[in-house]
Structures are given as C-alpha cells and as structure tokens.
Design a protein around this ligand. Structure first.
Ligand SMILES: C[S@@+](CC[C@H](N)C(=O)[O-])C[C@H]1O[C@@H](n2cnc3c(N)ncnc32)[C@H](O)[C@@H]1O
Length: 194
C-alpha cells in the first residue's frame, strides 16, 4: 500500500487508536473522503450501528470539529469519548426523537450500518430522511447483501428492494436530488435549498 494514498494514511491513523471499521475492507472509504471534502470538518454525522465504535472514530477523524452521534439497540456497544450516545432500535420512532434532540438543525450525513434487514432499514430511512439537511446525504450501507449469493440466504432480497425503491423518488419536484449506487453504498443526496 502506498502510505501517501489518502485511504492508507487514514487507515494508519485509525489503527493507532483501536479496531478499524470494516468500511476499509469493503472499499467504502473513497466515497466517504469525497463526502468529507464536500461537507467540511464541522459536519453533523449520525450513524445507525455502532458496535465497537470503530466507525464513530472514523467520523471523528474525518470531521474533527463535527457533531458525531451513534445509535445502536445494544446498550453494550462502545461509544468513543466525545460522541453522542443514542440507545434505540432502528425500528422505532424513538430513534428519530433522539436524533432530533441531539441535532435539532438536522444532519449533513446519516449512515445506516445496522441490521441490514430491508424492512427495518426502510423504516429507518422513512424516519430519518426528514432530518437530512438540504444538500445533505443519507447512505444505506451493505445493500449488496440483497444480491450477493453468499448473503442472500441470510438476509433475503430486502436490501436490494429497498435500494431499488429510491429510484421512483427521483423527479423534478422531489427532495431527492440524486441517487448514487456504489458497491455496498447507496448515496441519497437531498436537494439543496432554493
Ligand atoms: C455492522 S455493526 C456496525 C458496525 C460499525 N458501523 C462499524 O463500521 O464499525 C451493526 C450494529 O448494528 C446494531 N443493530 C442491529 N440491529 C439493530 C436495530 N434493529 N436497531 C439498532 N441497531 C441495530 C448491532 O447491535 C451492531 O452493533
């Protein structure tokens, strides 16, 4: 690996701090580097799915002056110092209430990396999309579990159906400005304020 490569440089910095998120192995980091450049160091970031806190450390690194929050149904998950702790199931309205309380002005970036269940993830999108700020983005991670043979037995096609369901939202009067599909990342950009 080339240490001057921005992905490698970021990985090296995070490895010094603890376990590293599988977003590196999955190839998701280049898109997040683009989003970091787009939203700047003070962005507001909410991730659903905390686990050991590795991705919350990634957001702290990419958005050093930002507000970084994580939601997880497991109260035993690990929230790094300086992050906002939300214990909530993604299937409930409570998660949206807690997210709104943490950032009444909304979020520049919301990532769903939780259950990978199409139905639950659809409910999370419906609840949290209104909290994406104009020009902000919602990322549905790991939607490839809906089409890769090694995952479909476990997860079924729900994530693929959900990813597909964003397409009819596109239109001149929609607040969905762009849907960008990468391997394992569906990036949904909200229209900027007029
Ligand atoms: C893939 S891990 C998150 C990994 C983390 N984002 C990272 O990159 O290091 C998924 C997490 O989602 C949480 N989760 C699973 N189902 C959930 C649900 N229905 N509501 C909220 N969190 C859930 C699990 O407890 C687990 O910590």
């Amino acid at each position: 690996m080339d240490p001057a490569d921005p992905v490698t440089a970021l990985l090296t910095r995070l490895q010094a701090k603890g376990p590293v998120t599988d977003k590196f192995a999955n190839g998701y980091i280049p898109a997040y580097l683009e989003l970091a450049a787009r939203y700047g160091p003070a962005a507001r970031v909410l991730e659903i799915g905390v686990l050991y806190g590795a991705s919350l450390r990634l957001w702290q690194e990419l958005f050093p002056q930002g507000l970084i929050a994580g939601a997880d149904s497991n109260s035993e998950a690990t929230w790094p110092d300086g992050t906002v702790r939300i214990v909530a199931n993604q299937a409930t309205d409570y998660i949206a209430e807690q997210a709104a309380a943490a950032s009444p002005e909304g979020w520049d970036l919301i990532i769903d990396d939780a259950s990978h269940d199409g139905g639950l993830s659809e409910g999370t999108f419906r609840r949290l999309w209104p909290q994406v700020r104009p020009g902000g983005v919602y990322v549905l991670e790991d939607w490839e579990v809906g089409y890769r043979p090694e995952w479909t037995g476990l997860f079924g096609p729900g994530m693929l159906r959900l990813a597909e369901s964003f397409l009819p939202m596109l239109g001149p009067d929609s607040d969905l400005a762009e849907a960008r599909y990468l391997y394992g990342q569906a990036l949904l950009f909200k229209r900027k304020a007029a």
